[in-house]
Design a protein around this ligand. Sequence first.
Ligand SMILES: *Cc1c(COP(=O)(O)O)cnc(C)c1O
Length: 386
Amino acid sequence: MAAASIPMLDLAAQRTRLEPGLSEAIERVLTHGQFIMGPEVEQLEIALAASCGASHAVTCANGTDALVLVMLAEAVGPGDAVVVPSFTFVATAEAVVLRGAVPVFADVDPDTFNIDPESAERALDHARTLGLRPRMVVAVDLFGEPADYGRLQELSSHHGVVLTADAAQSFGAAYHGRPVGTLADYTTTSFFPSKPLGCYGDGGAVLTEHRQRAAMLRSLRVHGKGADKYDNVRVGVNSRLDTIQAAILLHKLALLPDEIGMRQYVADRYRERLPGLDSQATNPRSQSAWAQFTVRCATSGVRSAVQQSCDTEGVATAVYYPRPLHRQTGYQDFPRDPAGLVHSECLSDLVLSLPMYPYLEQSDLDRVCTAVRRGSVDPGEVREVR
Ligand SMILES: *Cc1c(COP(=O)(O)O)cnc(C)c1O
């Protein structure tokens, strides 16, 4: 009988570890019946903020809404420009366009895959030449690795724009010893099931140091409420985290530091055992949340061969992301760094993500490495790629 296939992500072992507390927590919500904004929502917000040392956490329906809420809170709208990396998930730019503002695409660093501050600066300058008002830079912590917040903070204060961290993939990570959640004016995150801190449905949050900004977000997520939701002091949206998801997240949050350590172990083993392959560069002074373990193949041909070999061996792989945003049909007409987005374009052709989850077993890890090596070695030659 063939060995069971290895998925990108397996949540079963985590669930076993969370029981029976997890089921009891869900049962408690079913019993008290406050499915919307029940007590677990506020408990989670306090725990989320405390876990990263942020002053305020405001939960919402998903990570995309978290970005939309930030755009609403800052009144980003027509005539405004928001600089975003092109090599990211579409939600980062989508929130900008939904507000009637213009995303201006910046390139990423070829090694860390995160927004290149120099390209971001050219994008800000370019927005001005187009007659747009630069309002914000959104950095993405791709695959869990924090962006270069030291330089991004300098850049955004120099240009007088808001810095937002799209930390959908990096909650629990740290940059130079400072936790994600405290590195930008706003930090957004997602609790989509496959994120490092995932729930069993959709969920999201915004973290901020500013009391007024947090109060604005709390109003905006419930129809722009004032004293209550029938007092509408501004135009908002309906974007709340379900109480059941908050109860689940309270349990999962307690495991997160340990699980990030386990993900680090998997990443270290991959790097040790796949020395011929370039993986995403991580800053030695940072801690990635390892949402994904991603290699950059030497050529797209090597990538296809590795994909094929893994597929044959029953090892899942995925390409995040097969096309940069500035080449997506819905986004190709927006402006970009005039120097070009060559790294975003190359990475889309070369990256490949391997199975990554805290409970990946040693024998499975061995199988992934064997399949990857088989695909990346020329048959008949002992030479590895690069
Ligand atoms: C997942 C993700 C989002 C969106 O989160 P949802 O909860 O799915 O809306 C936004 N940005 C990035 C970088 C993501 O990976």
